[in-house]
Design a protein around this ligand. Sequence first.
Ligand code: UDP
Ligand code: MN
Length: 237
Amino acid sequence: DLKMIYFVTPTYPRPEQVPELTRLAHTLMHVSRLHWIVADDQPICSDVVFDILRRSGLPYTHISSPKPFKYQISNFPRGVSNRRAALAWLRDNVHEGVLYFGDDDNTIDLQLFDEIRNTKKVSMFPVGLIGDYGVSSPVVTDGKVVAFFDSWVDSRTFPVDMAGFAINIKFLKDTADMPYKTGLEEDMFLVSLGLKIDEIEPLADNCSKILVWHTKTLTKKKPSLNIDVKMFENFQK
Ligand code: UDP
Ligand code: MN
């Protein structure tokens, strides 16, 4: 039988939130054996997010996990407290399956789900629309990951995007930790798993195909009517 995919999405309120989550929900609705964990960067789970989850018909877990106060001013790092909360929930409730971090601003080809479902330890694949190079990807030689192509390598051991890997939950040891370190979230998380480069399973045709993009819907001009969706609906009544 098919392994479950646990799809973890951190999210926060802004004008693009509902359209982004609607698009993501409509992708995930095509995937069997998928459990959506939406971790809300809010003091309480928001109604608009709950409504999208409920109407998707997907099995889901809706977690409220606002960032600690000291990260509220700079608003960096982004989506860490909520991913950490999702990891804690997984550790307490799930013992097998595959974990994937899919942000609300990503676009995913359905083919990716078939590929990540069989992840043994950690699988990796290219992500489109990342950084100055426009793609972030492992470099594969003879079916093995030997290096990384990414416009910002810095001191990172695994210079990859959050949407560029999947993990078998059995490999998610107690040491697994996502730190509050801007830009190092992916790398430090993968290092905390004790991952070695030769253990990485390259997907997407030896990392030659892009099956996920960091679409990042950005309204060039911020909408002037920056109001809550529910407020708008009530206003129309
Ligand atoms: N996010 C969040 N709280 C915030 C900012 C972002 O939960 O205050 C979420 C956001 O919805 C997304 C993820 O964290 O799913 C990454 O954020 P974003 O896409 O803004 O950052 P970037 O991709 O530029 O690192
Ligand atoms: Mn993003």
